[in-house]
Design a protein around this ligand. Structure first.
Ligand code: PXP
Length: 247
């Protein structure tokens, strides 16, 4: 008898930006995101994610090298598709680069990248990162036209923005979840590895983690917030447990 196929293991990328946000609030060097990266490694996180923004409001340039030196975990660098960020990524050669839209006035990454509309601007960035051996992912809304655009760009990974799912309630949340599940299947069918992230919490992570094609979740703000009450190691371990249960 055929065994049902097992879902892929689901990696947890821990976004440590907001450890740096707290550090920067006082301008000193505490709390150090490097210490957070070391804790992620010990708590069962699969990778470190951080977003070097144009305004350096959280992670700063020198943090990148220090994080890379401090842990063997793969680094996923979230970056805007600008010349400056491309040059930094090529210098640091993280394991992965997730291209995100960035607006200076936004509080966080509020929506997905318009990969379809920005093809000409993204193509050389995706090409140069890929040539350098960096695994490129595009942070997109879970929409067929964005997946098709990722295919045209030759991106091996897409990360679905789960913000709309996270903020929705009731039937709308059910619809948003179905959209992510459908798009994860579409991406996987076309040879693209689907990831997801944004706004995920203990309360809403399990239905997303149960989507069998998803290979990675990137979670930050909630884990760092919870860490205030129970410690970073415990918050990561709890998220990992919930993800495993859902699988
Ligand atoms: N993935 C990407 C591409 C992001 O830009 C962010 C937020 O910076 C996250 C995941 C994590 O979102 P949150 O901090 O809400 O968990």
């Amino acid at each position: 008898m055929n065994q049902p196929s097992r879902p892929h293991p689901l990696r947890l990328g821990v976004n440590i930006d907001h450890v740096a946000t707290i550090r920067n609030a006082r301008g000193g060097d505490h709390p150090d995101p490097v210490r957070a990266a070391e804790i992620v490694a010990g708590a069962g996180g699969s990778g470190i994610t951080c977003h070097l923004r144009e305004d350096r409001r959280h992670i700063r340039d020198d943090d990148l090298a220090r994080i890379q030196d401090a842990t063997l975990l793969p680094l996923n660098l979230e970056m805007a598709a600008t010349d400056e960020m491309l040059e930094i990524a090529l210098r640091h050669k993280p394991h992965a680069a997730c291209i995100v839209p960035e607006r200076r006035e936004e509080r966080t990454t509020e929506g997905g990248l318009d990969a379809a509309g920005l093809h000409n601007r993204l193509a050389p960035v995706v090409g140069r990162l890929s040539d350098a051996g960096i695994r490129v992912s595009l942070f997109i809304a879970p929409e067929p036209r964005q997946i098709e655009a990722a295919m045209r760009l030759g991106a091996p990974v897409v990360e679905f923005h789960t913000g709309e799912y996270a903020h929705a309630e009731g039937d709308e949340r059910v619809r948003e979840l179905a959209r992510i599940a459908e798009m994860a299947a579409l991406a996987a069918k076309n040879g693209i590895e689907p990831h997801a992230g944004h706004g995920l919490t203990y309360e809403n992570v399990q239905p997303v983690a149960a989507i069998p094609q998803l290979a990675e979740l990137n979670i930050g703000h909630y884990l760092v917030g919870e860490a205030i009450f129970c410690g970073l190691e415990a918050s990561i371990r709890r998220m990992r447990e919930l993800m495993d249960e859902a699988r």
